[in-house]
Design a protein around this ligand. Structure first.
Ligand SMILES: NC(=O)c1ccc[n+]([C@@H]2O[C@H](COP(=O)([O-])OP(=O)(O)OC[C@H]3O[C@@H](n4cnc5c(N)ncnc54)[C@H](O)[C@@H]3O)[C@@H](O)[C@H]2O)c1
Length: 261
């Protein structure tokens, strides 16, 4: 058994978006894997998504004695954000961690990207992260600080050969994160981005399971394997915990070496 002070998120309240794929024994996403690490480390967790059936099933981890609850949150909706953050504050009186993780990904050459796809990418990623960050800040201020972690992409730093709209939307997250970090650093609200490489999750399963595509991705990844949801969630846990208390405005790249090339 570990000593109490070794529990990394003890007493913290965490809100996670795009986190419904969090069921043990099924493929998890980054949000889902983070839910499990967060509760293991003593956090009270509010997981959210637009996939309500899956989210409700995931919140059944309460049965293992964890403090976890599911709420519907479409990250593009200002009204939804207000409802969810207000509900967290009413229940817990504080918000320490926000993991802005919801995402959608549409590959395609520039000429083939419709305005609808462009707006959807920018809506979920850019607008979603902005709305969440804006709503979380006053709540975190009440508790004397907090940590916001935004899921970008390795191609939110460099260009993408396959997915320009996705890459552009993730690029907005990269620079927005730094600007917001500067504005709230003095208030101990830390804001960082994570930049995953190719990882097996529900979002990528269909495309990455194509043997030809998989081999291409493996060839591009110096460490010779794709990432797991837990590879990413471990970095998120570090940023959520006080171990990263002097880290803000940074890009945590977790990609098996891909962006180092
Ligand atoms: N898997 C990868 O290789 C990879 C690499 C880099 C970045 N990412 C990013 O990681 C994040 C998590 O994705 P994942 O791969 O773990 O897959 P995932 O399918 O577990 O997570 C994405 C979730 O976002 C939810 N979502 C979509 N639109 C939403 C909306 N409007 N409001 C709220 N939720 C919404 C989906 O329902 C889904 O549950 C995404 O932002 C994705 O872009 C994934």
């Amino acid at each position: 058994m570990r000593w109490e002070e070794e529990i990394r998120l003890k007493g913290k309240v965490a809100l996670l978006t795009g986190a419904a794929a969090a069921i043990k024994g099924e493929m998890m996403g980054f949000g889902g894997a983070a839910v499990h690490l967060f509760v293991r480390e003593g956090a009270k967790v509010v997981l959210t998504d637009i996939r309500d059936d899956l989210g409700e099933r995931a919140a059944a981890l309460r049965a293992d004695g964890h403090d976890a609850r599911y709420l519907h949150l479409d990250v593009t909706s200002e009204q939804n954000w207000a409802q969810v953050v207000d509900a967290v504050m009413a229940e817990h009186g504080r918000l320490d961690v926000l993991f802005n993780n919801a995402g959608v990904s549409f590959p395609g050459r520039v000429e083939d990207i419709t305005v609808e796809i462009w707006d959807r990418e920018l809506g979920v990623h850019a607008r979603g992260v902005f709305l969440g960050t804006r709503k979380a800040i006053p709540a975190m201020r009440k508790g004397g600080g907090g940590s916001i972690i935004n899921t970008s992409l390795e191609m939110g730093i460099v260009g993408s050969p396959t997915s320009p709209a996705y890459s552009a939307a993730k690029g907005v997250i990269t620079t927005f994160t730094k600007s917001a970090a500067l504005q709230y650093a003095k208030e101990n609200i830390r804001i960082n981005s994570v930049h995953p490489g190719y990882a097996d999750t529900p979002l990528t399963a269909r495309r990455f399971n194509d043997p030809g595509v998989r081999q291409q991705l493996l060839d591009r990844t110096p460490m010779g394997r794709l990432g797991t949801a837990e590879d990413i969630a471990n970095g998120v846990l570090f940023l959520a915990s006080d171990e990263s208390s002097w880290v803000t405005g940074s890009e945590l790249v977790i990609d098996g070496g891909m962006t180092a090339q």
